[in-house]
Design a binder for this molecule. Structure first.
Ligand code: NAI
Ligand code: OAA
Length: 271
């Protein structure tokens, strides 16, 4: 495998710490302008065994010229907007972790058309949540309702719209500050509502998936809970995630879900 990675932040760095021992011949990583050298130095600390096989590039032209044969995006909505269609059009399967970017209907449609044109697959990993398999399995039966609650400690909501109206540092009780659809959540909270978007895309869609977001001073990690009803099954899921070391907004399970997609791609078994 020649693995392409877009982004080398919290998920990217932790992912590299897990790639040792896998049958990956070469890795090309697209980083922001001016970040290649520091990223290279960081990799030396994280995974010295991968240094010789890894090239950091700052220009998307260099990334596409390197022609990786499997790409994972671990950067953010802007990277999905900027690069995902091109990756797919060139016939390369792409794992998108910033799933909430697909709440932009026009980008969603563009990516599906690009995947079709390139005969490539857009792969949406389970990220910080679980149970997407049963949601996607039951979705064709229709008539699905899903209510999702995303709870994180106040500091995980820093820099988001709620921080403009609530003094998060002074919060002394759990605050449900957002109720709306998965589309509204993903558009307003791009670094915190990818799970809501994943549930919507796997299940009943962006408009019917109801979302509540909570800041809780008692929370020690990121919790995801949802209740699904469909004519075929009722499903309750509750996940208490540990946050990643580099980004309190992001759960470590997300890193492992990207690793899972890479391992499934390498085979010999996909699960
Ligand atoms: N599906 C899910 O359950 C989850 C998805 N996410 C998504 O994953 C994204 C990444 O998460 P973290 O690694 O924790 O964020 P982070 O902020 O620690 O790292 C993102 C990295 O990507 C880089 N980057 C951003 N735009 C780029 C571009 N256009 N080209 C190259 N590099 C670029 C940044 O410089 C940064 O180093 C989040 O923005 C979020 O949307 C995060 C958690 C859960
Ligand atoms: O990592 C998490 O716990 C979930 C998250 O940030 C998101 O849904 O965007």
């Amino acid at each position: 495998m020649h693995l392409g990675v877009i982004g080398f932040g919290s998920i990217g760095r932790e992912l590299f710490g897990l790639l040792g021992g896998l049958d990956i011949a070469r890795i090309t990583v697209l980083v922001r302008a001016g970040r290649a050298e520091t990223s290279s130095e960081a990799l030396q600390q994280i995974a010295p065994d991968l240094v010789a096989r890894t090239t950091f590039v700052e220009q998307d032209a260099d990334f596409f010229a390197a022609a990786p044969d499997f790409v994972v995006e671990v950067a953010g909505y802007n990277a999905v907007e900027a690069y995902a269609a091109k990756v797919l059009e060139t016939g390369t399967d792409l794992v998108v972790v910033s799933i909430g970017a697909l709440s932009d209907q026009s980008l969603h449609d563009t990516l599906l058309a690009a995947a079709k044109a390139g005969q490539a697959r857009l792969i949406l990993p389970s990220g910080a949540v679980g149970g997407l398999d049963i949601l996607a399995g039951l979705a064709p039966a229709g008539d699905m309702t899903l209510r999702y609650f995303g709870t994180k400690p106040p500091k995980a909501w820093a820099g988001t719209p709620v921080a403009e109206t609530v003094d998060l540092d002074a919060l002394d009780h759990a605050l449900e500050f957002f109720h709306g659809t998965a589309r509204e959540a993903a558009l307003a909270y791009p670094k915190n509502a990818n799970v809501a978007a994943a549930l919507a895309l796997a299940g009943g869609g962006f408009e019917t998936t109801q979302v509540t977001l909570v800041a809780d001073p008692e929370a020690t990690g990121n919790a995801h809970r949802y209740e699904l009803t469909s004519p075929l099954a009722s499903v309750s899921v509750e996940i208490a995630n540990k946050a990643s070391g580099g980004n309190v907004k992001t759960s470590l399970a997300t890193v492992y879900s990207v690793l899972r997609e890479i391992r499934n791609r390498l085979g010999p078994i996909a699960i």
